[in-house]
Design a protein around this ligand. Structure first.
Ligand code: UDP
Ligand code: MG
Length: 311
């Protein structure tokens, strides 16, 4: 047992979705490395409504090992909510969130614990040094997303990941977040505290494929921005003002032409203007609409997730 962990309970929060095929092998691998590093912990799996035998695998692991527990969602709620349910459903002193597919390599856990001890950190934040094998589109999109996020919210999260080690104080604060739409990485950097980052190399996924399609990622990105800031709403106001100024100039010019004899022949200008203002209005309404739908979601005060079974 490493000294830092003496009289501290470490919980590994692992969301899983349709990972039945690889879960035993991945669990064995994580356990083997932790045993080698003399790290004791509680494995806490969140089955995010898997349709395969994931839950049966978790049950059998829990029967074999006293330090395995889990909860099962009644349906797929998404990884963000699974992480959230994970930290809410187990008591520990230290919480480590990681993927089940070994892409957050367990060999770094020891380093993370050491960093927490030596740097007196509250959060050890895993940052992807290399992004593993990703398509150009994916890489480009991720880069642009973090750029946009930084410019509208000020949150700097380049190559951030959900591979994080947090102490109890941080978790107690995270539990106070009651919103339904949350972006786990974002709220962790929002709460502050003493954050120490460390770089890790993303390993290849051995079995199956990523659950995040391009479309799902776009949705996640939009959701992240919307849940952090209302700046896009100000953007619509600014663009409104910009178009008003433009319209005034055009209006003056039109009147000038009217009084001083030049008949207007600029049909195309009219069409262009209609198109531009039309699209600006649609865009603004869309942004406002999305915020309103979020308010609606929040005021329904539904539970954020439904747990079907517990171990
Ligand atoms: N996951 C989940 N719910 C989902 C999708 C994924 O709990 O709806 C889990 C998945 O089982 C894995 C982790 O989240 O443990 C990361 O997912 P994945 O490897 O598919 O994503 P990527 O590596 O592309 O970020
Ligand atoms: Mg993965």
């Amino acid at each position: 047992m490493i000294p830092f962990l003496e009289n501290k309970q470490l919980a590994l929060i692992i969301p899983v979705y349709n990972e039945g095929k690889a879960l035993v092998a991945n669990f064995t691998e994580i356990k083997k490395i932790l045993d080698e590093d003399h790290i004791k912990c509680q494995f806490h799996f969140i089955d995010d409504g898997s349709k395969d035998n994931t839950w049966e695998v978790i049950e059998s692991l829990s029967n074999k090992h006293s330090n395995v527990s889990g909860i099962k969602f009644a349906r797929n709620f998404g990884k963000e909510i699974a992480l959230r349910a994970g930290i809410e459903s187990i008591d520990a002193d230290l919480y480590l969130t990681m993927d089940s597919d070994l892409q957050h390599p367990p060999r770094y856990i020891k380093t993370m614990l050491e960093l927490m001890e030596t740097q007196q950190a509250d959060i050890i934040d895993g940052v992807k040094a290399t992004r593993g094998k990703e398509s150009f589109k994916h890489r480009f999109f991720a880069k642009s997303f973090y750029k946009i996020l930084k410019s509208v919210t000020g949150l700097e999260m380049d190559n951030s990941s959900d591979f994080k080690l947090m102490n109890r104080q941080v978790i107690d604060n995270l539990r106070e977040f009651h919103e339904r739409n949350l972006f786990f990485r974002g709220i962790v950097s929002w709460v502050g505290f003493n954050v120490v980052t460390f770089e890790f190399d993303v390993d290849e996924r051995k079995e199956g494929a990523s659950h995040f399609s391009f479309g799902k990622l776009v949705f996640l990105a939009m959701s992240a921005i919307l849940s952090y800031t209302s700046k896009p709403l100000y953007l619509t106001i600014f663009s409104g003002i910009l178009f008003l100024i433009f319209a005034l100039i055009m209006g003056v010019q039109t009147l000038f032409n009217f009084f001083f004899g030049h008949a207007i022949s600029g049909f195309s200008t009219v069409i262009l203007l209609i198109l531009i203002t039309g699209s600006m209005i649609m865009l603004s309404l869309g942004i406002i609409g999305v915020y309103i739908s979020r308010i609606y979601e929040e005021i329904k005060r539904r539970p954020r997730y439904v747990i079907e079974k517990k171990l």
